[in-house]
Ligand binder design. Sequence first.
Ligand SMILES: Nc1ncnc2c1ncn2[C@@H]1O[C@H](COP(=O)(O)OP(=O)(O)OP(=O)(O)O)[C@@H](O)[C@H]1O
Length: 244
Amino acid sequence: MLVELRNVSKRYAMGDIWVDALKDITLSLGKGEFLAVKGPSGSGKSTLLNILSALDQCDSGTVQVGGVNIGKLGEHKRSKFRNRHIGIVFQSFNLIPVLTALENVMYPLTLRGVKNAKARALQALKDVGLEKQAGQRPTQLSGGQMQRVAIARAIVTRPDIVLADEPTANLDSKTSETIMALIQKLNREQGITFVISTHDDYVTSLASRVITILDGELVSDRLSGDVLASGYDRSSITSSGVEV
Ligand SMILES: Nc1ncnc2c1ncn2[C@@H]1O[C@H](COP(=O)(O)OP(=O)(O)OP(=O)(O)O)[C@@H](O)[C@H]1O
């Protein structure tokens, strides 16, 4: 399994009160899955993604990504792990305004000292259909184009997994559909593993698997029909409340 969460819990202090953001989550994820994480506002979706991306640490339980126990890593190793293994797509794109689209995509490779960074970044821009916009700065791009650059930046390092926290929240519905079609294509054609948190039923309709979180608890875990039809290994689902 690419990702293994065992009995993961996370609490936050809100003044005198403790909020259980995640309660005893057990979840496995295989390579090549396209997982949507659904749930109302405040249910714990971002907390789950932050823990998976090693941006945050759980209070109890274990989190393994690619066989590495990321909960045990110190700050420096966690950030190195993120750069090597995780691609992140943000709701607000988070592009560097003074850099061109190409330079934004090259950035994580430059951090690693990769030699053929430019060629790889150009290929990633091509993969998202933006090779013609390589020289443009984020202010010269539409919201959908900015998110495509952000996706190119997330995949250019060939990460084990791409995590996207509500990637379509700041886009109109037509642009959201284009972005989701692109994510689905990258998942199907390049086998890139995606985990996407969302409120949007359209996003969940494209995912191969949907989990629902309610008040920090995993309340449902289901596979989409066509994935079941293609003989997907159901034994990868180990969470409670399985609803296939
Ligand atoms: N840094 C923090 N400090 C205190 N409480 C937090 C923090 N981050 C999250 N929480 C709380 O943890 C719970 C889960 O929050 P989380 O952001 O994971 O939910 P979410 O499902 O992603 O919500 P949304 O859909 O609105 O983004 C909420 O009650 C939230 O207020």
